[in-house]
Design a protein around this ligand. Structure first.
Ligand SMILES: [Zn+2]
Length: 296
């Protein structure tokens, strides 16, 4: 299963409007709070350290986000205040960012962490109204922000930014490119944000043309993956190129090339030492697209 997608939570959307019931869930002995500090999670023994309602009480809970129910257990995300030093939660935990966590966590927890991170980043970025500038309050269990200026009362909701990511093939080769900021040798699929007024398919074609100079024929959807860095929804595609001559744009991509399956099978892991070509991370949808093609 693709990392960040195997959530055990029922989002229980119908409970978000019921403040009294949410408060009761938040105070219940069964409740689990996922602390998020500085976009990081406390981890011990490859598990996220969650807090009970009692342990969570020492923090301001006004921005707690109701994530949903796992059976009878209500789950919340709890943003801890900014501080120079990581907060002490009473155990031997260390704080890890989601990318590092994805390498060590089981599927269920990675999906909950991705959801919690997306919600806490969104809330932190919407403390003021985009229309009138007044402070907002978290509403609907943290799934909306409402302007405190009664004359405005503007509400905003979390958004996901659509990104298309495409494995382009031509005959028996696939196209992979690299951004200058990536680890040396790492090559991956072509990706970019979908613009307003654009379909996913036209975004695939536009990104391919802009970044590589290729014309694209058939475009086929494969899978999607939440990617809360900070708010993307990766949508994975396969596409067939109508042309093969490459013109990397030199901005987004510093290089792109055609590779055979034998060549890609010789790629090393992203974090391995030494020279040579390297694959995208195991937890990224790009890897799923590449491995799907290799398996054909
Ligand atoms: Zn307002």
């Amino acid at each position: 299963m693709l990392t960040f997608t195997a959530t055990p939570l029922d989002r229980a959307v119908n409970l978000r409007g019921d403040d009294a019931q949410l408060r009761a869930l938040q105070e219940s002995g069964a409740a689990r709070f996922v602390p998020v500090w500085s976009e990081k999670f406390p981890v011990n023994d490859a598990r996220i350290v969650t807090l009970s309602a009692q342990a969570a009480m020492r923090w301001d809970q006004s921005n707690a986000v109701f994530l949903g129910l796992a059976g009878d257990v209500p789950w919340f995300a709890l943003a801890l205040p900014a501080s120079e030093q990581a907060p002490a939660l009473g155990g031997p935990e260390s704080f890890l960012g989601l990318r590092d966590l994805a390498a060590v966590l089981e599927g269920d927890e990675a999906a909950i962490a991705a959801y919690a991170l997306a919600m806490t980043i969104w809330r932190a970025n919407h403390l003021h109204c985009g229309r009138c500038g007044a402070a907002t309050v978290a509403t609907e269990g943290g799934h909306s922000s409402t302007c405190s200026n009664a004359a405005c009362a503007h509400r905003t909701f979390p958004r996901s930014d659509p990104v298309v990511i495409t494995l382009i093939t031509a005959g028996d080769k696939c196209l992979l490119g690299r951004q200058a900021a990536w680890p040396p040798g790492m090559y991956s699929c072509i990706a970019g944000f979908v613009e307003p007024g654009e379909t996913l398919e036209s975004a695939v074609r536009r990104e391919a043309r802009e970044e590589t100079g290729l014309s694209i024929g058939e475009v086929r959807y494969v899978a999607s993956q939440p990617w809360p860095f900070p708010a993307s929804l990766m949508q994975g595609f396969r596409a067939e190129a109508l042309t093969t001559e490459l013109h990397p744009d030199g901005k987004e991509l510093e290089d792109c090339r055609w590779f055979t399956k034998a060549e890609v099978r010789g790629f090393k892991e992203r974090d391995s030492e030494g020279d040579g070509f390297k694959l995208p991370s195991r937890y990224a949808i790009a890897r799923l697209l590449v491995e799907g093609w290799l398996a054909e």
